[in-house]
Design a protein around this ligand. Structure first.
Ligand code: ZN
Length: 370
């Protein structure tokens, strides 16, 4: 069992929908016994940046789409996720978020924690696979009616109006995680954004200026500031393994893994749509016709495996970066830990990070067929 930074043998977890006891000596009389048979058990994985999977996308704005994503993610050990929207027309974003509100409690697999707005308050110069035509100036009024669901906002602090916007969010919604991303900010602008209340960076290195020795930019500002957490896409396509090692060394317990998966997550190679744009998926890469990377087809268990394989991160540390740390950053008090009082979101996996079983709120939602 993986707890914090350590692996414990012969522990018993007593749970219904909540974890009731964690001990080496638990009275299990009258309980159904699940034997993990020496496999690893950890808190369920949390994905704070994911657009879709299993052929569906959050922007499809249907109950079927969210159900498909929710059912697919439990196969990868993810037990909860933040549904991530794209930079599209405001009414499309509105409809997608209204759909999340409608379906949030109904999905039958991984739980939906809320919404991550990836844009539209970004810099078109660093659009990545976001559609630059729909970029907007940051304004609380455009999203205020969604703030019951918004957990995270990726934005460019250099955008016109960003300063006031950051101030408004900090004042009225202090628990929302503001994240620098799809931004062309220089080092000083990034730092000023952190001082105002930006606390995180979205897929560090991607969709931002590169780190240069005389112009450290956003990357330098994030690596150099211990207040700031960041996330990375560890599919070995978005970042070179050396950058994974460097980022781990610099950020330690401020580093979170995300998938940024698009609808082709857990699907075959082929053509798919992302935010109204054509994406070609082949050999673990999702790209627009011009070659721009367009999200990933990464699975969370693969991200953990890749970090353990390519960096000095231990398995408990890698697990922590997809459980406890994202829960902490999003103020999810009952998620991300195998502790009494937490939701019984759990995953059982083998040495190679193959998922054996996934439990959401105490219910088995996935079991590997033998
Ligand atoms: Zn994304």
């Amino acid at each position: 069992m993986i707890v914090g930074e350590t692996t414990l043998d012969t522990m018993t977890i007593l749970f219904d929908n909540t974890i009731r006891a964690v001990d080496s000596d638990v009275n299990t009389e009258g309980c159904e016994i699940i034997d993990a048979k020496g496999a690893y058990v950890s808190a369920g994985f949390i994905d704070i940046h994911i657009h879709g999977s299993g052929g569906a996308d959050v922007m499809d704005a249907t109950s079927e789409a969210l159900e498909t994503i929710s059912r697919t993610l439990v196969e990868t050990g993810t037990t909860s996720f933040v549904a991530t929207t794209m930079t599209m027309a405001q009414e499309k974003i509105d409809v997608a978020i209204d759909n999340v509100r409608e379906c949030q409690k109904r999905v039958s697999g991984a739980q939906i924690l809320g919404v991550h707005l990836e844009g539209p308050f970004i810099n078109p110069a660093r659009q990545g696979a976001q559609d630059a035509r729909y970029v907007q100036k940051p304004k609380l009024a455009s999203i205020e009616r969604h703030m019951d669901l918004v957990k995270m906002i990726t934005l460019a602090p250099e955008a016109d109006g960003a300063k006031a916007f950051i101030g408004d969010i900090r004042e009225k919604y202090p628990d929302v995680l503001l994240s620098i991303g799809h931004s062309d900010a220089d080092y000083d602008t990034a730092k000023a954004g952190f001082d105002l209340g930006i606390g995180h960076a979205t897929h560090l290195f991607n969709a931002m200026p590169p780190l240069k020795h005389r112009a450290p930019g956003i990357v330098g500002a994030v690596l150099d500031d211990e207040r700031i957490s960041c996330d990375i896409i560890v599919d070995l396509v978005h970042l070179h393994p050396a950058m994974l090692r460097l980022t781990w060394q610099a950020k330690r317990e401020r580093l979170i893994l995300i998938t940024d998966a698009m609808r082709a997550g857990c699907m075959k190679n082929g053509r798919y749509d992302l935010g109204g744009q054509q994406v070609h998926v082949a050999d673990g890469e999702a790209r627009l016709p011009d070659g721009t990377l367009a999200g990933s087809v990464l699975k969370m268990n693969e991200a953990v495996r890749n970090m353990v394989k390519h960096t000095s991160m231990t398995l408990p540390q890698a697990v922590r970066s997809v459980t406890e740390l994202p829960a902490e950053r999003l103020h999810l008090e009952k998620k991300g830990r195998l502790e009494v009082g937490c939701d019984a979101d759990m995953v059982i996996f083998d040495e190679g990070l193959g998922i054996i079983a996934t439990y959401v709120a105490g219910e088995m939602k996935y079991q590997r067929s033998l």
